[in-house]
Design a protein around this ligand. Structure first.
Ligand code: DGL
Length: 268
């Protein structure tokens, strides 16, 4: 029971930033990762489509006797999980709550910025959760639809990324936010560029990594932490090119992908 894997999914590569943190803080855990690379991006799609894709991702992972699922995707977490979570008996954690809690904890001036995909920002979920936790917080958000294609194509530190980031982030900088939630799991790859524009005094929060810590707390509470303390294995599945996932994935994971990446059956 305890040694069953943790399932993690994202529309593509971004969720690997969560896998990286799980492996760092829970090295004994087995992980099954699914990246829906054949249908990325999710963030610009309709609510109905995001819900349908997210359901497919969850159903795919459930074939592997999973003990916990982490939706390591800001878009799926904000748009789809509120509709799907209660339909499953396995716990499905999103990435919003951990980051919202942390933002309320670390902000000094009560001005919190949120960036994410169009779907995430349109959902208004971050502001909703933050204001439930602390109604006096002011939340300023901006959708950054060009960020995911830049990251997925390896352009994270390019001049193009800098120019586009300046455009997206200047309105938030002008609002004097002191904390910025990188509300899409792809964005930690742009951290250098984002921090260069926002300045060192602005705290950047990565929901995917923060969710890994919450996942550990949950597994501990439920007595579901793996009996092993080391040697956990990760298995990766994608719905499109195995080659490009293998080539780019290491940047997200912080080390090369060490195991074979599998092509998942195409969803009908
Ligand atoms: N990593 C997803 C998120 O956190 C990605 C975005 C997308 O597919 O548009 O929102």
């Amino acid at each position: 029971m305890k040694n069953r894997p943790i399932g993690v999914f994202d529309s593509g590569l971004g969720g690997l930033t969560t896998v990286r943190e799980i492996r760092r803080i829970m090295p004994g855990e087995d992980i099954i990762y699914f990246g829906d690379t054949g249908r990325v991006p999710y963030g610009s799609r309709s609510r109905e489509t995001i819900i349908r894709y997210t359901k497919d991702d969850i159903d795919f992972l459930l074939k592997y006797d999973i003990k916990l699922i982490i939706a390591a995707c800001g878009t799926a977490s904000s748009v789809a999980l509120p509709h799907l979570k209660d339909k499953y008996s396995v716990n499905i954690m999103g990435v919003l709550e951990s980051a919202a809690r942390k933002a309320v904890e670390v902000t000094k001036n009560g001005r919190i910025g949120v960036i994410g995909t169009s779907g995430t920002i349109k959902s208004g979920k971050y502001a909703e959760i933050i204001n439930q936790l602390s109604p006096e917080m002011q939340v300023f958000s901006n959708a950054c639809p060009m960020f995911v294609p830049l990251v997925e194509n390896g352009y994270s530190e390019s001049t193009a990324a800098q120019l586009i980031a300046k455009d997206y982030l200047t309105p938030l900088k002008n609002e004097n936010v002191d904390t910025l939630i990188l509300g899409c799991t792809h964005y930690p790859l742009l951290e250098k560029v984002i921090s260069g524009i926002m300045g060192d005094e602005v705290t950047l929060l990565s929901p995917g990594a923060l969710a890994a810590a919450d996942a550990r707390d949950y597994l501990m509470r439920e007595n579901l932490l793996s009996a092993r303390t080391d040697g956990g294995k990760s298995e990766f599945f994608v719905s499109d090119s195995v080659e490009s996932f293998t080539a780019l994935g290491g940047t997200f994971l912080g080390s090369p992908i060490e195991s074979t990446v599998h092509l998942a059956e195409v969803f009908e």
